[in-house]
Design a protein around this ligand. Structure first.
Ligand code: FES
Ligand code: FES
Length: 268
């Protein structure tokens, strides 16, 4: 398989979390490293530049007439691999990898960070790895498995939580960026199992959940919608939930649920 095909294959087959994990990004610093990272980020680009050839008898169109067997210059497009750290150019991916290992090894150290984060009203100080995403921390550190994991590419919305009262895709958010932020998940809505939040109650009454996998993300986005407009129209609801995919196709009940939720939140 050609290098170009390998790069395309790597790019197509990774999720953001896997990319970040394998890349070992140092947030706030300069360095990133691993052979995988170079496959994903070591740019293969075409650059137009003036080159000198010393190949005897080279057949080229020269900008300055060359002498057969001597040297000549020409302007042409060549393929180069660019180092993502220092922008140095290399002719092959292997040359770039060798350069990266020797020149940037020290910079490829992964650094942890300590953040203060408020989750469902409780403040926590936690140490996080730079590649940990918010959904990973919420699920694996805090045990909040109501935060669902789906595409991990920002395309399905199942991981939606509220960050400082605004919807946030937890799979696309690095935990280390969440210092001093307020996070609210589905677990933070109900007082207890017998006292559901009005939005949850509305989804229950209107059968807004079938398998329920999409529901936490949709409920959190509904909470944001109703904080902005107390009487959303159907098109408001559709627009607001357009980033949340329901694999069960339960959309008509979801819309009815949001309408009922609006009435309940208003006290109707
Ligand atoms: S898991 Fe986050 S958008 Fe799909
Ligand atoms: S209810 Fe099953 S994915 Fe939406």
């Amino acid at each position: 398989m050609s290098e170009e095909k390998e790069i395309k294959k790597d790019r197509a087959g990774i999720t953001r979390r896997k990319f970040l994990k394998d890349a070992g990004i140092v947030v706030g610093g300069t360095a990133i490293g691993s052979a995988f990272f170079l496959s994903a980020c070591g740019e293969k680009v075409e650059v137009t530049k003036t080159v000198t050839t010393t190949a005897p008898g080279a057949t080229i169109t020269t900008t300055a007439p060359g002498t057969p067997g001597g040297t000549a210059t020409e302007t042409k497009t060549v393929t180069k691999y660019i180092c993502p750290v220092c922008s140095q150019e290399f002719d092959t991916l292997d040359a770039l990898k060798a350069h990266f290992d020797s020149a940037h090894e020290k910079e490829a150290v992964v650094q942890d960070g300590v953040i203060n984060i408020t989750v469902n009203g409780q403040s926590h100080e936690i140490r996080v790895k730079p590649h940990w995403t918010l959904d990973y921390v919420l699920r694996e550190v805090f045990g909040l498995t109501g935060v669902k994991r789906g595409c991990e590419l920002g395309a399905c919305g199942v991981c939606t939580v509220l960050m400082n009262d605004r919807p946030c895709l937890a799979c696309l958010t690095l935990a280390i960026e969440c210092g001093s932020k307020r996070i609210e998940t589905i677990e933070g809505l109900a007082e207890d199992a017998l006292n559901l939040h009005p939005i949850q109650q509305a989804f229950y009454e209107e059968f807004g959940a079938q398998c329920g996998y999409c529901s936490p993300g949709i409920v959190m986005r509904t909470k944001y919608l109703l904080s902005k407009t107390s009487s959303p129209t159907v098109s408001d609801i559709r627009a607001s939930l357009s980033g949340n995919i329901c694999k069960c196709g339960n959309y008509s009940n979801i819309i009815k649920s949001v309408q009922l939720a609006a009435n309940k939140v208003k006290g109707g």
